[in-house]
Design a protein around this ligand. Structure first.
Ligand code: PA5
Ligand code: NI
Length: 188
């Protein structure tokens, strides 16, 4: 009858840590090498080590529609060639589930798109919340020079579907042109 119990956990807006996480995962460049546009720049970055692109501190909550998953997402600053460090990005497995990201540090974008081809990018900066509607794939992109950190919360049963994003990518990319972030088409 009760799937979870009341509790609380401190979050650190500056480091992105969440107290007593059930899961911490770190995504190195090698785990998402094919997602960047510039294969030569990926090779060069891998030759110099395998940078951690982002980290997630998660609470594992019951995978039920009435519960909530929550985490802190930390995307490092940096670029591969001209393309900023970014998360893999995903649709939710249960498509009709939304998500809220509250940015606590850094600057960047939440890049979003729908399966039928709509695209959007919302600016992320401290104390700004981004609403990711149901059915929109989403990816955080760090365009600044410090970690981009957000608190994320989404329905308990949402799940992550990386499939089409892993194979085809997003329709747009965010890259540095003339010293500034630019949203460009992802050429197949
Ligand atoms: O559920 C979310 O949208 C976030 O918690 C992400 O999982 C997190 O930012 C990492 O991104 P991704 O799952 O695309 O690797
Ligand atoms: Ni999500």
């Amino acid at each position: 009858m009760y799937a979870s119990e009341p509790f609380s956990a401190a979050i650190d807006r500056e480091t992105g840590t969440l107290a007593s996480p059930d899961n911490i995962y770190e995504r190195p460049l090698s785990a998402m090498a094919a997602m960047y546009e510039d294969a030569e720049a990926v090779k060069a970055a891998l030759a110099g080590g395998d940078p951690i692109i982002y980290k997630v501190y998660e609470k594992n909550m019951p995978e039920l529609p009435g519960e909530l998953q929550w985490c802190m997402s930390v995307t490092m600053p940096g670029k591969i060639g001209r393309e900023y460090f970014m998360t893999k990005g995903h649709f939710h497995e249960v498509r009709d589930t939304a998500e809220i990201y509250l940015c606590t540090r850094g600057t960047g974008y939440m890049l979003m798109e729908t399966e039928d081809g709509r695209t959007d990018a919302q600016e992320m900066r401290p104390d700004v919340a981004v609403y990711v509607p149901a059915r929109w794939a989403h990816r955080s992109i760090n365009t600044g020079d410090e970690p981009l950190i957000s608190f994320c919360v989404y329905p308990g049963d949402a799940g992550h579907d990386y499939g089409s994003i892993e194979t085809a990518g997003f329709r747009k990319r965010i890259v540095e042109i003339d010293g500034k972030p630019a949203i460009i088409d992802n050429k197949p």
